[in-house]
Ligand binder design. Structure first.
Ligand SMILES: [Zn+2]
Length: 160
């Protein structure tokens, strides 16, 4: 299994790690990672895995593999075959710009669910947009009032 460093500190941008497995389709499993895997409506992180020799593998997605840990998916699956093998040490480096935008969007969705205290039936977010589905019986919601309430919550700048 992969130690999920982002659980302890969501602001870690990189980490040293050891390769524990290369999947059949070139995915890279590490013993620890700062890469968030797709889940809860949030896409898996992107970034690079830097090898000790200086080569870099571009990662364009991260997923959970049941029973195997977190899999970092190379943009070019053939790249993982570049001599990378279990036991190798690497540096996992997030595309922090995208990750941070997704974190902020995620928090905005939580705040929205505070402003709109209705059952949430679904949701999805990217670095550019977020969507939450509510089960709202009554009509007549005022978008600008909701926006004001949301901005007031953001202005409180509460610790996470
Ligand atoms: Zn959440």
């Amino acid at each position: 299994m992969t130690e999920e460093l982002f659980r302890a500190n969501a602001y870690d941008k990189s980490c040293a790690a050891t390769v524990v497995d290369i999947t059949d389709n070139g995915g890279i499993v590490l013993d620890r990672t700062v890469f968030y895997a797709t889940g809860g409506g949030q896409p898996g992180d992107r970034g690079t895995i830097a090898l000790t020799g200086g080569a870099q593998i571009e990662i364009n997605g991260t997923i959970h593999a049941p029973g195997n840990g977190i899999v970092h998916i190379p943009a070019d699956p053939a790249q993982a075959g570049q001599g990378l093998k279990p036991g190798d040490t690497v540096q996992a480096v997030l595309d922090w710009d995208i990750r941070y935008r997704r974190m902020r969007m995620h928090t905005a969705m939580h705040l929205l669910s505070v402003v709109l205290p209705y059952p949430v039936t679904g949701g999805q977010l990217t670095e550019d947009a977020g969507r939450l589905d509510f089960d709202i019986r009554e009509a007549g919601l005022d978008k600008s009032a909701i926006t004001d309430e949301l901005n007031a919550l953001i202005a409180e700048d509460q610790p996470s």
